[in-house]
Design a protein around this ligand. Structure first.
Ligand code: XMP
Length: 507
């Protein structure tokens, strides 16, 4: 296991992902929450930071239990930090140390640089720089502008690098991490999806025994993978509940329910469409719609949970980015774990013990684990779909008729993407029903009907997104199909806004 100590860099999660890609397990901890017991960590990595080590309010944790005791790799701020507090000096840099650079000197004797050649491209991003190294250190690599691009403390496995090995632009970054973790720290590359499944299933069996567990399935990747893992561990004692809120895609409820049955899951489909749609009646405010849907979901789920006798656990598909405690750059270190409601007013199912088998995995790892358990691409490769479903794609108030229209439009659009081989090129796609009627002409008739907007974006995590340049021929075909086949729609537009400043959903 590897400990990554976070000083607030935007790249900390990327370090963790690179380490995991090497099949080595790692955990991120904020610099001010160094675990008491460090015995399970075989190596430590210090992240970068937006702070300057010279600033008084910068992170200055006590590393005396680590440095010289465990293999230590300090990146960027981390590297400057070790220099600053061990007799060297760090100052503002006068040359630009941002962007690509090439290693003009490498000490290839050191195992850290094994199989890496001079000229290798690295990515720098700092405004401070190391002016003088401490006495008991040696330079391992330089670039034209940065003399101390990499250094090592003599007689210790302590390394510092001022560039970022975790970003894609550092071409040999992954190799460097591998050299450090495998060659220097002696870690084994055994953390694969298969071993994750074996270990997790064994742990779940042990922890849950013969207790009953309930889990809400959404049709998405995370809840599906969590359910299959738990099912492997406890079989029929896992009670899955899949709720139709009446705002899913066309046929989604029936099709997904059937897939869940085929996977052998003990799943109950609950059609609560009427309950959701009645509660939403007349509401057009986006945030209120979300709140209503959230509240009704909890009510429905609570009712269902009561039908299972003597249930002890609630399982959730929470993933690692939801639980990593991050270092806040503005207001000092803070824990941003989701706050829990106060216990008194909780629905009964929320008082259960919680089990979250995916809580140490990144999204791409959830997919890899799903694949290793033979979950099909129709689940794992599915575009994200928001919890409130079509409710936040129908601008204004929601009626059954509007839901039915949007389901047809969405169906033609998504099926078109699949038929044209475009579905996997797109991160998320969907249609919005606009609160606008406009004039058209069909045959000799004047029409005055609805307008829909199609949206397709590329993204990695939904935080930023670009609209996808879909082929004109494709847009022409789906637009024709929609207008010809969906009564009530006479106009189709394509959304060409990026996020930011637009969001992916229109509400
Ligand atoms: P926005 O519209 O904020 O969407 O750019 C970013 C991603 O989040 C999804 N999204 C939601 N998911 N409940 C959800 O479960 C919501 O209320 C919600 N709002 C947006 C959206 O589909 C996109 O993937």
């Amino acid at each position: 296991n590897v400990l990554i100590l976070d000083f607030g860099s935007q790249y900390t999660q990327l370090i963790a992902r690179r380490v995991r890609e090497l099949n080595i397990f790692c955990e991120i901890k904020p610099y001010n929450k160094l675990p008491e017991d460090l015995s399970s960590f075989k190596a430590v990595i210090l992240s970068g930071s937006p702070f300057s080590v010279r600033a008084e309010d910068a992170p200055h944790p006590d590393l005396s239990r680590i440095k010289g005791h465990k293999p230590l790799l300090a990146v960027c701020y981390g590297a400057q930090y070790l220099v600053h507090f061990n007799g060297g000096s760090v100052a503002k840099s006068n040359t630009r140390e941002y962007g690509r650079a090439n290693l003009s000197y490498i000490n290839s004797e050191d195992p850290f640089f094994e199989s890496i050649s001079e000229g290798s491209q690295v990515w720098m991003s700092h405004s401070d720089t190391i002016k003088d190294l401490p006495k008991n250190t040696s330079v391992l690599a330089s670039t034209q502008d940065v003399e101390y691009a990499a250094y090592k403390f003599d007689n210790e496995s302590t390394y510092g690098i001022q560039f970022h090995p975790e970003v894609y632009h550092t071409k040999d970054g992954k190799k460097l991490l591998e050299n450090f973790l495998v060659k220097i720290a002696g870690l084994e590359q055994t953390w694969t999806p298969d071993t994750f499944v074996d270990v997790t299933v064994a742990e779940l069996k042990q922890r849950i025994g013969t207790d009953k567990v309930i889990l809400g399935l959404s049709g998405g990747v995370d809840s599906t993978v969590a359910a299959v893992l738990l099912h492997k561990a406890i079989g029929k004692n896992l009670y899955c509940i899949f709720v139709n809120n009446g705002l899913l895609r066309k046929n989604e409820f029936e099709e997904v329910l059937e897939q869940y049955h085929d996977m052998g899951l003990n799943v109950k489909g609950v059609d609560a469409s009427e309950r959701f749609l009645s509660a939403l009646n007349g509401e057009s405010d986006p945030e209120k719609k979300r709140k209503i849907i959230g509240r009704v979901f909890i009510e429905v789920f609570d009712d269902e949970a009561h039908l299972v006798d003597d249930v002890k656990w609630l399982a959730q598909g929470t993933i690692y980015p939801d639980v990593i405690e991050s270092v806040s750059v503005t207001g000092g270190p803070s824990a941003t774990i989701k706050s829990h409601h106060n216990v008194g007013g909780l629905p009964d199912f929320m008082k259960l013990k919680v089990v979250e088998p995916l809580k140490m995995l990144f999204k791409d790892e959830v997919r890899r684990v799903g694949k290793s358990m033979a979950i099909g691409d129709e689940r794992l490769g599915r575009h994200p779909f928001p919890g409130p479903g079509l409710a936040i794609r129908i601008l204004g108030d929601i009626t059954r008729e509007k839901v039915a229209i949007l389901q047809e439009v969405d169906y033609i659009f998504i099926k078109g993407l699949r038929d044209w081989g475009l579905y996997d090129e797109v991160w998320q796609a969907g249609a919005m029903l606009l609160p606008v009627d406009s004039v058209g002409v069909m045959g000799d008739e004047r029409t005055y009907e609805k307008c829909v907007a199609l949206r397709a974006v590329e993204s990695t995590d939904g935080m930023t997104a670009d609209w996808v340049n879909l082929p004109y021929e494709f847009l022409q075909k789906v637009s024709n199909d929609i207008i010809n086949k969906v009564p009530g729609v006479n106009r189709v537009v394509y959304d060409i806004s990026s996020k930011p400043p637009a969001t992916i959903e229109w509400e």
